[in-house]
Design a protein around this ligand. Sequence first.
Ligand code: SAH
Length: 210
Amino acid sequence: MTSQRTRNRLVQRLRESGIRNDDVLDVIASTPRHLFVDEALSHRAYEDTALPIGNGQTISQPYTVARMTEVLLAAGPLKRVLEIGTGSGYQTAVLSPLVDKLFSVERIEPLHVRAVQRLDSLGYSNVRLKLSDGTWGWPEHGPYDGILAAAAPEDVPDSLLEQLADGGRLVMPVGTEEQKLVLITRHGDHFSRKTLESVRFVPFLPGVQR
Ligand code: SAH
């Protein structure tokens, strides 16, 4: 079930669902998603579905990971990227080969610790992870030309907008009952906002949980 053929079938499905960026599809074809879930669920790792990763959280659906990565990269290559909500580290692993430097924060300690071990052992060397509340971004390493979040707040936190470089792009779900994927682009002090499709993410929660 973890064979290249199973992974290729997932990529074919994503293509049929409308993902067009070949670089993104190539990375998904070579990323071992079965190593980002519990062994008991690894036989389902190449289904296009979210799966539980413990602590009430989920590994994102491959379509959503592909779509958000595609939207983030649509204006060209990115150098510095910030991710909020490392979770299993799967989205981190997909972004890593497509950007120069990647910073990712997670608020739940056991998930953070597992993601560090996983990404280290798989050799993702341009990635830095931190246990913290993503409401505050990670100002020390900004500004970022891409910011991506995998949890939905009521609205985009101001600190994330402040850490966006001029020309930078931010992609994240927004809303409580009904969530929409939002793309924000910074032009100097002006932020343009585009609402994309409906999505379903875990809530963006404050604080650090140990
Ligand atoms: N892309 C990840 C998604 C994990 S689910 C994956 O595929 O595994 C979203 C994650 O966001 C959860 O792990 C949750 O704990 C985290 N999260 C939610 N609110 C957060 C916040 N304010 N700061 C940091 N992480 C947060």
